[in-house]
Design a protein around this ligand. Structure first.
Ligand code: NI
Length: 188
């Protein structure tokens, strides 16, 4: 088990904003990186995806947990790795729920494609050509963004679409709008 430290915004902004490099040949370090990403994701309470730069490794590897609808609720599936993922088709843009392990407690409605076709390699190094639909497309798009230093706060339409979740006096989970720009990023 190798749980790694997750880079947090804005403290580790420089690491999160750095562009990642394509993964080359040598298989053992890549397998180790995938294992570390899976272990780190599993140790997080509510993560459904993780990208290598989030553990300060600037290589184009992400882990996603594509899921399915069960009784109208989306449920995450088992984690899969995508190596050197490339988006070859993206359409059906719309607002959907978003959040990120590098922004603990912060959520929002981002605009992302709901149809995504991705090529690259699977964790055995075999070529893949996969289509993701609905929230799975949102999830995969979010993780691939990380490889280019793009974060979910960049994908919102307006600041009011971001919120924190907190428990009120009645024990209910409520949304608290992020009113102060500076809490996030002076450039947002
Ligand atoms: Ni993220």
């Amino acid at each position: 088990m190798a749980v790694r430290e997750i880079m947090i915004y804005p403290e580790q902004k420089a690491e999160l904003r750095r562009k990642s490099d394509p993964v080359m040949g040598n298989k053992r370090p890549v397998r180790r990186l995938i294992r570390d990403l899976k272990d780190t994701l599993q140790a997080s309470s509510d993560g459904i995806g993780l990208a290598a730069p989030q553990i300060n490794v600037h290589q184009r590897v992400v882990i996603v947990c594509p899921g399915s609808e069960k009784d109208g609720q989306w449920e995450a599936g088992p984690p899969v790795a995508l190596i050197n993922p490339q988006i070859v088709e993206a359409s059906d843009e719309g607002k959907d729920f978003d959040g990120c392990l590098s922004f603990p407690g912060l959520y929002g409605e981002t605009i992302r494609p709901h149809h995504l076709r991705v090529t690259g390699l699977d964790e055995e190094g075999q070529p893949i050509d996969r289509v993701f639909e609905g929230f799975n497309a949102v999830l995969v798009h979010h993780e691939i963004d990380h490889l280019d230093g793009v974060l979910f706060i960049d994908r919102i339409e307006k600041l009011e679409d971001l919120y924190r979740l907190t428990v009120n006096a009645d024990g209910e989970l409520v949304r608290v709008p992020v009113s102060d720009k500076l809490q996030l990023d002076s450039s947002l």
